[in-house]
Structure formats: C-alpha cells, structure tokens
Design a protein around this ligand. Structure first.
Ligand code: RFL
Ligand code: PHB
Length: 399
C-alpha cells in the first residue's frame, strides 16, 4: 500500500488533517486501531474555539454543528457561592465558543470523508514506524490481533495517535525533551438526562473543590466534579455525585436540576509537552505531542491548530517544493501550544482545591479570580484565551 501522507489515528487531529489535505489535492490514509463505533462513541471534549467552527464551515463540515451546537457568548465563574458572568463576546469583539461534543464532530468528519471516497482503515493497529529519518518512511500495521502485518509506504507520516500511541516513541529518546506536570486531583465526569440548569457553562471553585456544569443538548447535561485521580468510580454512587455537585454549584435561591446518570468516569489531570514535534519525515500532532488538563477546554482545539499548520506546510511542499514551512512546523506549533499549556495550568490551579498547596498560594488564586472580576485586562486575557487566540498572526501563511 502506498500514499502521500500516512496518518496514524482517526481522532480530531487525524481526521481534520485528512480533510485539509484533501482540499489541497493531497492523498492521505488514516490508520485507526479502534472500530468506527468506538471512535464515534467515546465521550470527551465539548468546547470548540471560534475559529474551529469557522474552519468546519469552510470545509463543508458545519451543517449539523450549526443546527445542534450551542453558541455561548460567555462563561460563569463562581466562588464563595457568588457568580460572575464573563462576557467573552463583548470583550473580544463578538467571538463565541461552540458547545458541540467531540464525538459528534468526529461523526461528521468520518461520514464526509468516506462519502468523498477518502480512506480510513478502522481496526488497523499501527505496530511500528520505520525510516522516519529517510526519504522513504513506512508504517507497519495489523488488522486485528491475528491479522498479517501490512506496510503503508508514504512520503510523510503524521502521528495523530493520542497520548498513548506509538508515534511519539518513534522519535529517538535522545532527540526529544518531554515536559510534564501531574496534578494531585482528577475529574469525575457524568452525562445525565436532565434539563438545562443554566444558560452557559459554570466553572465553580468552592471550599470542597472544583465543579463544572456543561451541556450537550436541552435534554442531556455534562457535569464534572473534582476528585482523587486514583479513586475507584465504584465509590461514587449517583447520590454521592449529586450531593457533591449540589455542594459545589448551588447558590442561595438556585439549585441544580437532577436526572438519571447514564455515563460516568474518572480522568487524571496532566500537562505534557514533547519538543520537538518532528523527526525527519515524521510529524506528531495533537495529544500525541501535548496534553492539557481540560479546565481550559483547549485539547481538541490545539490538536486542530497543529494540523492546520501542518496542512499548510505540506501544501507548500507539494505545490511549490517549499521545505521551509515543514522545517518550522514544530516551532510554529509550540508557540501556540505553550500558550495553551499556560492558560490550562492557570485555569486549573486557580479553580481547584489543592491540598498540596499552601494557604498563601490559595490566597493568590483567589486574588487571580478577583482580578478577572474587577479588571478589564484580566477579564480580556481570560476571554481571549478561552475563545481562541488569534491564529493567522502567529502562523506564517502558505500563500
Ligand atoms: P485522540 O482523540 O486521542 O485520537 C487518537 C486516535 O489514535 C488512535 N490510536 C491508534 N491508531 C492506530 N494505531 C495505534 N497504535 C494507535 N494508537 C492510538 C486512537 O484510537 C484514537 O482514535 O487524539 P487527538 O486527535 O490528538 O485529539 C485530542 C483530543 O481528543 C483531546 O485533546 C480532547 O478530548 C481534550 N479535551 C478537551 N479539549 C477541548 O478542546 N475542549 C474541551 O472541552 C475538552 N474537554 C477533553 C475534555 C478531554 C477529556 N478527557 C476524557 C481526557 C474533557 C475530557 C473529560
Ligand atoms: C465539556 O463540555 O465536556 C467540557 C466543557 C468545558 C471544559 C471541559 C469539558 O473546560
């Protein structure tokens, strides 16, 4: 098998890249270890930055997102049982975020790609990446545990295979530096069949810890509560989850609407960056290269940003024989990545209860929150980062 760009993974990074390359007439194949049903059924992110929704429209992928997504002009920050509305659209000249679940985005991307004759090989597990530092790299993969090993030869390989995938490991350890921070808390996330409780997302910092109220549809709500990352979900009965959510989100005269919980799970929180994001003809993108704690809602958006930069660089290579944009891929992405890391760390440390923190540090985080409420500069900074930093100013154009 042969293609121009071999993509490991069919998550947000891999699928957006396949669409962007197709627009430029570049051939690609996605190799995805999971089934289509598993990819389309995994509940993860929910918030799209304003330019990601514009990109979906541009690629002809926005129809369902436009009709089923929720467009939010702001977020609510809550502490000491007091709420503060951050008017992000007002502060940023009209920029909004879209709440539209990651797996719905993936359904739209997969359907459109297959309808256009694109190749996504589901159930194809990549076992090795070979010759990344040569002009003829290749990917080895197997369809199922008993399948024979097959080879995909390509001009370029993109590792869009998430944090646990093999692509990052194909960069020799001596050629990469990894930066990591593990937080001493996790998130317990639920989906509940309940009515909408509030018109926008609430990020709450209470004495007992953090909670987040988000949504999926008028009938289904997404909520998170800070927990021990090593806790067993079996320790969390539905009653206990509701008690904690009420304790952290309710205010005088307002209470959260409950419903049947039909999905729950615990995730750890981590920050991680691998530098550089390239080795020869292998490029890594999205969670394969960097992880953020979800408090800033940045993970999926950073993944799409990486592959937008990469698609422009690959287009410049195939169209004009230019190598400069491929050579600067990693540096260009990392400028945005580190800002996403900073913002996600800031939101996480400001909003969570951390028993390893000193009282002094806790007071500093409360002062941070108060700054957002009382100064335009802090409010604007949070808003600009949340809706998505300007894109074209820090990305050299391929034109
Ligand atoms: P993914 O989505 O992990 O996709 C990688 C794909 O690669 C496949 N794969 C392989 N395929 C073939 N061979 C192998 N050997 C393979 N190994 C792995 C996997 O099966 C998978 O399909 O990475 P990608 O594309 O980089 O996308 C990253 C995003 O998924 C992630 O950053 C976000 O979900 C993070 N995130 C959020 N991001 C946002 O922008 N906004 C949010 O509101 C937001 N909320 C969240 C989140 C992540 C969460 N969790 C569960 C970690 C909320 C949560 C709770
Ligand atoms: C979600 O709706 O899943 C969500 C929203 C905001 C975040 C993280 C997750 O910061």
């Amino acid at each position: 098998m042969k293609t121009q760009v071999g993509i490991v993974g069919a998550g947000p990074a891999g699928l957006f890249l396949a669409h962007l390359l197709a627009r430029d007439g570049i051939e690609a194949v996605n190799l995805e270890s999971r089934t289509r049903a598993a990819v389309e059924g995994t509940v993860r992110a929910g918030v799209l930055e304003h330019w990601v929704t514009a990109l979906m429209d541009e690629l002809g992928l926005g129809a369902r997102m436009r009709s089923e997504g929720h467009f939010h002009d702001g977020i609510t920050l809550q502490w000491n049982r007091e709420r503060f509305h951050l008017d992000m659209a007002g502060l940023t000249g009209g920029k909004r975020v879209t709440v539209y679940a990651q797996h719905e985005v993936l359904k739209d991307l997969i359907a459109a790609r297959l309808a256009a004759g694109g190749r996504i090989e589901f159930g194809a597990s990549v076992t090795a990446i070979e010759g990344a530092d040569t002009d003829a790299p290749s990917i080895r993969f197997r369809r199922g545990p008993d399948g024979a090993e097959e080879t995909l030869r390509c001009d370029f390989i993109v590792g869009a295979d998430g944090f646990h995938g093999p692509a990052r490991q194909a960069i020799p350890a001596s050629r990469r530096t990894e930066y990591q921070k593990i937080y001493p808390f996790g998130w317990l996330g639920i989906l509940t069949r309940a009515p909408l409780s509030w018109h926008e997302l609430i990020y709450a910092n209470q004495a007992d810890g953090f909670a987040l109220l988000s949504t999926r549809s008028p009938e289904v709500q997404r909520m998170y509560v800070q927990c021990d990352p090593h806790d067993d979900i079996a320790n969390w009965s539905d009653d206990r989850i509701w008690t904690e959510l009420h304790a952290r989100l309710d205010t005088d005269g307002w209470t959260l609407s409950e419903g049947a919980i039909f999905q729950k799970g615990i995730i750890p929180l981590r920050s991680f960056v691998c530098e550089p994001m390239q080795y020869g003809r292998l490029f890594i993108a999205g969670d394969a290269a960097h992880i953020v704690p979800p408090t800033g809602a940045k993970g999926l958006n950073l993944a799409v940003a990486d592959v937008l930069v990469l698609s422009r660089a690959l287009a410049a290579h195939y169209r004009d024989g230019r190598a400069d944009l491929l050579a600067s891929y990693s540096a260009t992405c990392l400028r945005r990545v580190w800002k996403g890391e900073r913002f996600s760390w800031y939101m996480t440390t400001m909003l969570h209860r951390n028993d390893e923190e000193t009282d002094f540090e806790r007071r500093i985080h409360l002062a941070d929150l108060d700054l957002v409420r009382s100064t335009r500069a802090s409010a604007l900074s949070l808003a600009e980062n949340y809706v998505g930093l300007p894109f074209d100013t820090d990305v050299p154009s391929a034109a």
